[in-house]
Design a protein around this ligand. Structure first.
Ligand code: AMP
Length: 277
């Protein structure tokens, strides 16, 4: 991958990059279109498909994470992707099983809250794999989804702090017609859970409406949202947070422009969503 990228660079060709864990959906493909817009017809768009083991905790769904490389490759081909990078675990983390892999990239502040608090090793795995992928793909531009808002914020911080020569673009969350954010994990929802999963989107909209005209104390809005979730009995709220979109510091009162993020379990399936209120 690096050899190919260096060849392109020597020829003055721009590289746009979309890192993914595969099982691609329209949300991923909207990032591919954005990457193409950024590098133009003369550029190259690279998608990586890699279920990165270091970003999963020991009790998480690494083994069960959905995979369908054949379909992913077809979708990438149809979307005009120039190269799909599909590394192996042994290639990315040589000697890890024997304890001979020992270098990680850690962001120390933004990664402590929300997803980082709920999933302790998650962001260390994300920053490490994204740094490695940047060194292999050598992109001018990399596109991430707002769907994983905290992740995008941490990647932007990593790129600034460590001087990666890459522009990070954050593209809007792609949604199903009813508002549910597209996610590879949605396939784990049964029909009843799927019908109730739209509550994440509705909760964001309800919070937006609640703060549209006046600021509301965070504790009160949280309580109201917990109440709101009783309408979806299959949902178990993991967290809902209100915060400053740049620092991720908790915000109260909550007002227009405050960011909201939430994580919700349906059975073992954990969904996340977020929006600027
Ligand atoms: P994943 O394969 O879930 O790791 O996601 C790969 C990239 O696609 C990340 O930058 C995600 O934020 C982004 N992504 C996932 N779902 C969506 C969506 N519904 N809309 C936009 N981007 C998304």
């Amino acid at each position: 991958m690096q050899k190919l990228a260096r060849r392109w660079k020597r020829a003055g060709i721009k590289i746009g990059f979309v890192p993914t864990m595969g099982y691609l959906h329209d949300g991923h493909l909207s990032l591919v279109r954005e990457a193409r817009r950024r590098v133009g017809r003369q550029g190259r768009v690279v998608v990586s498909v890699y279920v990165n083991p270091t970003q999963f905790g020991p009790k998480e769904d690494l083994a069960k994470y959905p995979r369908d490389l054949k379909r992913d490759l077809q979708l990438c081909r149809a979307a005009g992707v120039d190269a799909v990078f599909t590394p192996s675990d042994a290639g990315m983390y040589p000697g890890r099983a024997e304890g001979r892999y020992s270098t990680y990239v850690v962001e120390e502040h933004l990664a402590r809250v929300m997803e980082g608090a709920a999933r302790p090793v998650h962001f260390r795995g994300v920053t490490t794999i994204v740094a490695k992928l940047f060194n292999l793909v050598l992109p001018e531009v990399a596109v991430f989804g707002q769907k994983d808002f905290q992740q995008a914020t941490i990647i932007q911080r990593m790129v600034a702090d460590l001087n990666f020569p890459v522009k990070i673009v954050v593209a809007p969350t792609h949604r199903e017609p009813d508002g549910l954010a597209m996610s590879s994990r949605n396939k784990f929802l049964d029909a009843e859970q799927r019908a109730q999963a739209v509550i994440l989107f509705h909760a964001l909209q309800a919070a937006k409406a609640a703060v549209a005209k006046k600021a509301v104390p965070a504790a009160r809005l949280k309580k109201d949202l917990q109440e709101f979730f009783t309408a979806a009995p299959l949902a178990r709220l993991d967290y809902v947070e209100f915060f400053d979109p740049e620092t991720l510091h908790a915000a109260s009162p909550v007002k227009r422009g405050t960011h909201m993020a939430l994580a919700v379990f349906f059975g073992k399936t954990r969904l996340i969503d977020n929006a600027r209120l």
